[in-house]
Write a protein that binds this ligand. Sequence first.
Ligand code: KIV
Length: 266
Amino acid sequence: MTTLSTLNKFKKEGTKFTCLTCYDAMFARMMDKAQIDTILIGDSLGMVVQGHDSTLPVSVDDIAYHTANIARSNEHALILADLPFMSYVVLPEAIANSRRLMQAGAHVIKIEGGSELCDLVTTLAQAGTPTCVHLGLTPQSVNVFGGYKVQGRSEQAADKLLDDAKAVVGAGAAMLVLECVPAALAKAVTEAVEVPVIGIGAGADTDGQVLVMHDMLGMTHGRVPRFVHDFLTDERNTQHSIEGAFALYKQSVTEGSFPASQHQFD
Ligand code: KIV
């Protein structure tokens, strides 16, 4: 069973680890077989499962339902669950919603933002609930960004992201996710903090990698993001199967062949 201690050990050793989004029992079992280290019940389910055009309509009930489905079938992975849009603005609501997801089977609660989350991170840590803070392109803020754009490109934005990362880790965050940031910035953040950092569109130097499961199985609605690779039709997936795709993803991340330079932003 993967725990935060396992991931901390991986970081110290330089062993790269894997994360995939997952929303149901059957896929969770297949990920288990491939020894995927961490599973994320992401609010991306709003887009890939529910057919919305953003993550904003997703509710705490939705995440709790899918988290429970995964928890019943998972044996190997550390389970991360997203607190959805506007469910953690007010501290008492954030605490109640985190309890809900932990009781549904999550091991870590993921929240999007920066140093403004410090009080929440500390409160949850003191109450036995580890957090993973998602920085960079945070999809719940798509209307602030004006689209799904690479973040941290200017010197000022990069400095702010690095400061935010240090602040939330100082407040007690157990992990970070960096989405769509220049690879050099992701490397600097990963080296600056002691906790495991997972990247998506953040280059090869983060401690772990995450992809939306549907994307890595070649099922993307609309434009395929630069950081996605289709592991299902990859010729190295000799079984031509979903289980083979998960195993190839695990192998590629562990050996360092994914992500490659064409998957990263400069
Ligand atoms: O919801 C999600 O799938 C995510 C990943 C893109 C990291 O937050």
